[in-house]
Ligand binder design. Structure first.
Ligand SMILES: *Cc1c(COP(=O)(O)O)cnc(C)c1O
Length: 448
């Protein structure tokens, strides 16, 4: 580390990093990043890292994107922030209109928060409050899927089912009912993915038959349960789930925080099932990875249940200081404009077809199982020579991470699941590097 960047060493005496056992930094200190450009992050020693996970699934069009930068600079000199209670501004109005136009038909209102978890809190409160306003006071519970992840605030943890995040805090959590996941990876011998779908829908029906009276909503991560290890399911599951929610009079909340904005091949994952959820949560890629923002869209019937002359407690009372921040809305508008001007969805579809051929050596690899792709999410699991998962303590995924970092690629696996969730802007050469380094990392992580 260059001496003129001595401040870097002060990190460990002042910061507490997210999702991190800080003591581990005694051996592997955090990597200081000096700047970003396109798909690359650069440190202070002239080393660079291909950002193959879009900086935690947020970056869509590269770092220091000239189009987003330009719009933000202009907005910065116009209006940086104003409260959204009693006031409004052009970027938030334009963004709301565009989100309504681009999301599935029937979503007519947009509520804002400033990160994914807060968006989930909004969705849960909105659904619960709707039923209260309808006189259905007994509806106080939610249904979530096994392995689900919806963020880490207390309400969001209540609809989560990943023990490492939820277990410690369980005394503070209002737990959801858990329904079976439709994850195609759990197919039993001889079982097809569509049989897994039907089995999961049958499980959901059985649960609804028991508890629907007390349930406000079912919450789902459409098509890919990302944090659980990129577990993928069929669009048919969502179609079936939507029908069940209608039949049992519970809301369907679609959490597209990770999968929205083109990640699964369509602008929104729900499109592939031709459904409109009652509530749709968006965040992460919404600003192209620039600024925190989340949007919660809902339907006219839900909105109208709050729209009355009567008491204040019928109104939806939820607020964040930075609700609808103009800079964040401007970054979102610039991001949406790039989808149009560069025909991103069509470009991504061509990439997806190429990736399927590039994946052949991965599918044939003896130490990889479940090589899978949904849109521009690709994932694969490290396995031992007998095709079995490694003991967790061996930290094979961590070995792959370190190997890739030493070879210019930022992978950050989820346990022993390696995945790519890169910006949409990787060129042929960058893809080639990603493929080569991932294969090498698999080799390095599985030998011995
Ligand atoms: C990341 C994520 C969240 C939480 O978003 P934060 O901005 O990290 O709070 C919620 N749901 C899903 C599906 C996510 O991937």
């Amino acid at each position: 580390m260059s001496a003129n960047h001595a401040w870097i060493h002060r990190d460990l005496s002042a910061l507490w990093h997210p999702c991190t056992q800080m003591k581990a930094h005694e051996h592997f200190p955090p990597i200081p990043i000096a700047r970003g450009q396109g798909s690359w992050l650069y440190d202070f020693d002239g080393r660079r890292y291909l950002d193959a996970i879009g900086s935690w699934w947020v970056n869509l069009f590269g770092h220091a994107n000239p189009i987003i930068n330009e719009r933000l600079k202009t907005q910065l000199d116009t209006l940086e922030h104003v409260l959204l209670a009693g006031f409004t501004h052009q970027p938030v109005i334009e963004l709301s209109e565009q989100l309504i136009a681009r999301t599935p038909p029937g979503l007519t209102r947009v509520f804002y928060a400033d990160n994914g978890s807060s968006g989930i809190e909004v969705a849960l409160k909105m659904s619960f409050h709707f039923w209260q306003n309808q006189g259905q006071a007994q509806k106080t519970r939610f249904i979530a899927l096994a392995n689900s992840y919806h963020g880490e605030t207390l309400g969001a943890l209540g609809v989560g089912d990943i023990p490492i995040f939820t277990q410690t805090y369980s005394p503070l959590i209002h737990p959801a009912f858990i329904a079976p996941a439709p994850d195609c990876q759990q197919a039993e011998a001889g079982e097809s993915c569509s049989e897994v779908t039907q089995r999961a829908l049958a499980g959901m029906r059985a649960l609804l038959e028991q508890v629907a009276d007390t349930v406000c909503a079912v919450i789902v991560e459409p098509l890919v349960q990302c944090a659980a290890g990129m577990k993928m399911h069929e669009p048919a599951y969502l179609t079936g789930l939507h029908a069940l929610c209608d039949e049992f009079s519970v809301h369907l909340i679609a959490d597209e925080i990770a999968v929205g904005f083109g990640r699964t091949g369509t602008l929104f994952a729900c499109e592939q099932a031709a459904i409109t959820p009652d509530i749709l949560c968006l965040s992460k890629g919404i600003t192209g990875g620039y600024l925190p923002l989340s949007a919660v869209l809902t339907t006219e019937p839900i909105y109208q249940a709050f729209y009355v002359d009567a008491p204040a407690r019928r109104a939806f009372l939820h607020s964040h200081s930075y609700t609808g921040n103009p800079l964040a809305c401007t970054a979102a508008l610039a991001t949406l404009s790039i989808f149009d001007s560069q025909d991103i969805l069509a470009r991504n579809r061509r990439r997806m077809a190429q990736i399927d051929t590039w994946l052949e050596p991965f599918r044939a690899h003896p130490h990889l199982a479940q090589v899978r792709r949904c849109g521009l999410i690709v994932a694969m699991d490290l396995v031992d020579g007998a095709g079995q998962p490694y003991p967790r303590a061996e930290q094979r995924g961590q070995r792959a991470y370190r190997h890739a970092l030493d070879h210019e690629v930022l992978l950050r696996p989820l346990g022993d699941t390696l995945y790519w969730m890169p910006p949409y802007t990787l060129d042929d050469e960058e893809w080639a590097l990603l493929l080569r380094v991932t294969l090498d990392a698999v080799h390095a992580a599985t030998k011995g």
